[in-house]
Design a protein around this ligand. Structure first.
Ligand SMILES: N[C@@H](CCC(=O)N[C@@H](CS)C(=O)NCC(=O)O)C(=O)O
Length: 194
C-alpha cells in the first residue's frame, strides 16, 4: 500500500502527537509540510486545521482519529493499553488535554506571545507582573475576563481600531476592579456564653 503521509507544520503540538504515535509504533511516514488552511490541508480538513493524514485512498483529520488509525492499521507495539477501563481513562485525558489544557496553555497563553493581538504586538508585561502575584480565589474571575480580552480584538483597519479601543476601555475597567477586589470577610464566631 502507499506510504503514510502526515501533513502539517512541525511546530504544531497536534501534528507532533501523530508523529509521536507513528514513531512509537515504528511506522515509517512521509512528512509533508503544509500550513493550516493551505490547499493541501483544506482538501482533507473542512476547517483547514492540521494535522491531516493520507494513506492510499484513506484521508483523515483530527489528531486522535489519526493516532487511532496508525495504532490499528500498522504492525508494531500497541499504543492502547488493551484494558477497557484504562483505555477509557486514556480517552478521558486526551479529550481533556485537547479541549481544556491546550486551549488555556497554547491558544490563550502561548499565542499571546507568538501571535499577539495587542496594538504593540506584545503582552503587557508590567501589568502582568503587577497583577499576577495577587491572583487569588476572590479575583480569579476578573483575571480570566482580563486574559480573554485579546480574543475580542478581531478584523483589520478601522474594525480592528474600534475593537482595540473597546478592549482598552474594558481592560481599564477590569484592572480597576481587580485592584479594588478584597477577599470576602469571614464572619467572626459569636462567643457562646459558658
Ligand atoms: N482538535 C484538532 C485540533 C487541531 C488544531 O487546532 N490545529 C491547529 C494547529 S496546532 C490549527 O490547525 N490551527 C489553525 C486554525 O485553528 O485555524 C486535532 O486534535 O487535530
Amino acid at each position: 500500500m502507499a506510504a503514510l503521509q502526515i501533513i502539517g507544520v512541525p511546530q504544531s503540538n497536534f501534528v507532533r502527537v501523530v508523529r509521536m504515535a507513528a514513531h512509537e509504533k515504528g511506522v515509517p511516514y512521509e512528512f509533508i509540510p503544509a500550513a493550516p488552511h493551505s490547499p493541501e490541508v483544506k482538501e482533507i480538513h473542512p476547517a483547514g486545521k492540521i494535522p491531516v493524514m493520507r494513506h492510499g485512498d484513506v484521508t483523515l483529520f483530527e489528531s486522535r482519529a489519526i493516532a487511532h488509525y496508525i495504532d490499528e492499521h500498522f504492525d508494531g507495539p500497541a499504543l492502547s493499553l488493551g484494558d477497557k477501563h484504562d483505555d477509557a481513562k486514556v480517552e478521558q485525558w486526551i479529550s481533556y488535554v485537547t479541549t481544556v489544557t491546550d486551549q488555556l496553555l497554547v491558544r490563550r497563553y502561548l499565542f499571546a506571545y507568538v501571535f499577539p493581538k495587542t496594538a504593540d504586538k506584545k503582552p503587557d508585561r508590567a501589568l502582568i507582573d503587577e497583577l499576577l502575584p495577587r491572583l487569588a480565589v476572590h479575583n480569579h474571575g476578573i483575571a480570566v475576563e482580563l486574559a480573554s480580552i485579546p480574543e475580542h480584538i478581531r478584523g483589520y483597519g478601522h474594525v480592528k481600531d474600534r475593537h482595540l479601543k473597546a478592549a482598552k476601555a474594558k481592560e481599564a475597567e477590569l484592572v480597576a476592579s481587580y485592584r479594588a477586589a478584597r477577599p470576602a470577610e469571614v464572619p467572626q464566631a459569636i462567643p457562646v456564653a459558658a
